[in-house]
Design a protein around this ligand. Structure first.
Ligand code: SF4
Length: 376
């Protein structure tokens, strides 16, 4: 526990503080806490300092749907390889996708590249500072635009992600369920954003949500804004925010065809540019439908004529909107050119096993290959 947290905890024990509605004093307490306790992250600069827009943008795009822990090594790898937005704009897309592999949501990597190119072409290599201009760039939505504007340029903008949503819902004891409460939460968050140090405030809210005001068992006793927190005052902290019941995630099923040549090469196919995992490589498969296709039906999607056998077990991968279950069929074919590809040969390529790690393969396809190759 840091010095500021210890002092707050001591104060809590000594006196029962009355609720003070969230406002400018909340911001002051939070900024003091941030100066002492902020997380040390590779894309951050010290408090009261402007950050590098390229690094802020890159980290924010990587952090969408992913944890800080997962992002740090990718961020370091990217900035070492492409230290500026101009360098990233010049990089081959295939290379960017390869370096991104494992972070998921590959459309973000494609947008990353498109955004870098736009910044160089239309803005002379400098990110615009206004939210409205940032919003016009590929892959930048309202949250990311506000985060870049506040953190990199100190503009009075309010990024509201899941962490900030939770903190604000608790500070103001918002009882309307999410997602319906989003608009009201964003409005309340904006009422707190200070004219000066909007970037530090945004990062302080993010850190508070990640470290203190956690989804389960928030550490209210050491929270720097407990005196201002309506949820804590009314013993509602663990109950908020309320979420509307989720609809069940559907399951899709299919068959993936792992074909290996005698020389060790594996057949991969490039997915269409648009849609899920757009432009990434895949093990050819049947369409992913509600039901597993019968063998005869699945065979119509097999990429080559071969003696196929089903590998025991199923590969399961959970996407945001559905769960995927794939059965893997495996076949061994000769290394010579007598093997004719049936389906979309122009999109297919043979890749040796030893080179698979360097390919832009999404996690689900890495699982399919590992599962299929383990079956000897
Ligand atoms: Fe969250 Fe508790 Fe702090 Fe309120 S007092 S903001 S519920 S950690």
């Amino acid at each position: 526990m840091g010095a500021v947290q210890e002092n707050v905890a001591l104060r809590r024990k000594q006196q029962q503080l009355p609720l003070r509605p969230a406002g400018p004093l909340t911001v002051k307490s939070l900024l003091a806490w941030y100066e002492a306790e902020r997380r040390d992250l590779p894309w951050r600069y010290g408090p009261r300092k402007a950050a590098n827009p390229y690094r802020v943008w890159l980290s924010e795009i990587m952090l969408q749907q992913t944890t800080v822990k997962a992002v740090v090594p990718y961020f370091q790898k990217f900035v070492a390889r492409w230290p500026t937005v101009a360098a990233l704009a010049e990089a081959p897309l295939e290379e960017v996708l390869q370096q991104w592999a494992g972070l998921g949501y590959y459309s973000r990597a494609r947008n990353l590249k498109a955004c870098a190119e736009t910044v160089v072409r239309d803005f002379g290599g400098e990110f615009p500072r206004a939210e409205a201009d940032l919003l016009k760039l590929p892959g930048i939505g309202p949250y990311t635009a506000a985060a870049i504007s506040a953190i990199a340029f100190g503009e009075k903008a309010t990024p509201v992600d899941g962490n900030v949503e939770r903190v604000v819902a608790r500070l103001f004891a918002v009882k309307q369920p999410l997602p319906g409460a989003k608009t009201e939460i964003r409005r309340l968050a904006a009422t707190l954003t200070p004219q000066r140090r909007a970037g530090d405030f945004a990062q302080a809210m993010m850190d508070l949500g990640a470290e203190i005001c956690t989804p389960k068992k928030p550490s209210c006793l050491v929270c720097p804004v407990q005196q201002d927190c309506a949820a804590s005052a009314h013993n509602l902290a663990e109950l908020l925010p309320i979420r509307a019941a989720k609809t069940a995630r559907p399951t899709r099923q299919g068959v993936a065809f792992l074909v290996q040549r005698e020389d060790g090469a594996v057949l991969l196919r490039q997915r269409p540019e648009a849609g899920l995992l757009g432009g990434m490589l895949e093990v050819p498969s049947t369409p992913w439908d509600e039901q597993q296709p019968a063998r005869s039906e699945a065979m119509r999607s097999a990429p080559v004529k071969a003696s196929w056998h089903a590998v025991t077990g199923t590969v399961v991968h959970v996407f945001t909107h559905f769960r995927l279950e794939l059965i893997v069929y495996r076949a061994l074919v000769p290394s010579d050119t007598s093997v004719t590809l049936w389906a979309e040969p122009e999109r297919c390529r043979w890749v040796h096993r030893r080179d698979l790690h360097a390919q832009a393969l999404p996690s689900v396809m890495k699982k399919v290959i590992a599962h299929g190759l383990a079956d000897n």
